[in-house]
Design a protein around this ligand. Structure first.
Ligand SMILES: C[S@@+](CC[C@H](N)C(=O)[O-])C[C@H]1O[C@@H](n2cnc3c(N)ncnc32)[C@H](O)[C@@H]1O
Length: 267
């Protein structure tokens, strides 16, 4: 990924920052996945500890963790997103606990601090140009034994394959099979995205972090962009969501889903 691609990705997210808290960035299906990350962080890290958010977006997670008593440094490559995070913290009276900073995941050397855990929600790490460098920076930023808790866009999303195949958009149906930085359209802009299986993703971290767990997010439940389908078939989809909760961490199934949630511990 080159500088131009990074800037295109930045412009894409800048362009949606203003309406990101609505259906685009925070509909019911996204909220459901969000809660899984919140529960995982809160189960693993006692309140009061220091967290770093990579790709914080408009700060929904950072705000929630601050509300629960954590101290959060919330970073993002999109200045508009950082501004939204800052405004959210100020309007909620939590600016003492949320420090919003314009730092890309590829610029983590700019952060001089120490954290108990680093989290990233809904795929910012899919936009990072060099995962090996991210792993090295995370090791530097974490105290020994500290945790990484990331939700990452996966390769095998059966809903997506079925949906786009049904619509006759075969290339879109197969996009997650692509190797290297792949152009994905959003709001007439381009997000440069790398897709990973959990094993491919972990490879960059393996020397510095042990793999604690990983699980599928939205494997049975439709992905967030099918929220209209979800609203028309709410009861049935809720049953599918229960299958995600129950079976999403099982071998084989945990390699699929719209995203996967991976937890790693610093060696
Ligand atoms: C799908 S949004 C998720 C936002 C937020 N984590 C959430 O849960 O709502 C992806 C975020 O990653 C950010 N991003 C993209 N590339 C990035 C990079 N290289 N470094 C840091 N953030 C990046 C975008 O600006 C955007 O805010």
């Amino acid at each position: 990924m080159d500088e131009t691609q990074l800037l295109q990705t930045q412009q894409a997210f800048d362009s949606v920052a203003a309406d990101y808290d609505g259906p685009r960035g925070n509909n019911e299906l996204i909220q459901r996945m969000r809660v899984t990350l919140w529960d995982t962080v809160c189960a693993e890290v006692p309140a009061g500890r220091r967290l770093l958010d990579l790709g914080c977006g408009t700060g929904i997670d950072a705000f929630e963790f601050a509300r629960r008593g954590y101290e959060v440094v919330a970073s993002d490559w999109s200045p508009q997103m950082v501004e939204r995070t800052r405004a959210r913290a100020v309007s909620g009276g939590l600016e003492e606990r949320v420090n919003a900073t314009h730092v890309g995941i590829h610029q983590l050397e700019q952060i001089d601090d120490r954290f108990d855990a680093i989290y990233s929600n809904f795929g910012p790490l899919n936009c990072a140009p060099d995962l090996n460098a991210v792993a090295a920076q995370c090791e530097r930023l974490l105290r020994p034994g500290g945790l990484l808790i990331f939700s990452v866009i996966g390769r095998i999303c059966p809903w997506e394959m079925a949906y786009y195949t049904f619509k006759g958009r075969f290339r879109r149906a197969a996009i997650r099979a692509a190797r290297g930085a792949t152009a994905v359209g959003m709001n007439r802009h381009t997000i440069w995205t790398y897709y990973y299986s959990p094993r491919e993703f972990y490879r960059a971290f393996t020397d510095r972090f042990t793999l604690e767990s990983y699980r599928a997010l939205s494997l049975f439940m439709p992905p967030p962009y099918l929220v209209d389908y979800y609203r028309r078939h709410r009861a049935g989809c809720e049953r599918l969501g229960k299958l995600d909760d129950r079976f999403g961490a099982m071998p084989v199934l945990r390699n699929m889903g719209d995203h996967f949630l991976i937890v790693m511990r610093r060696r």
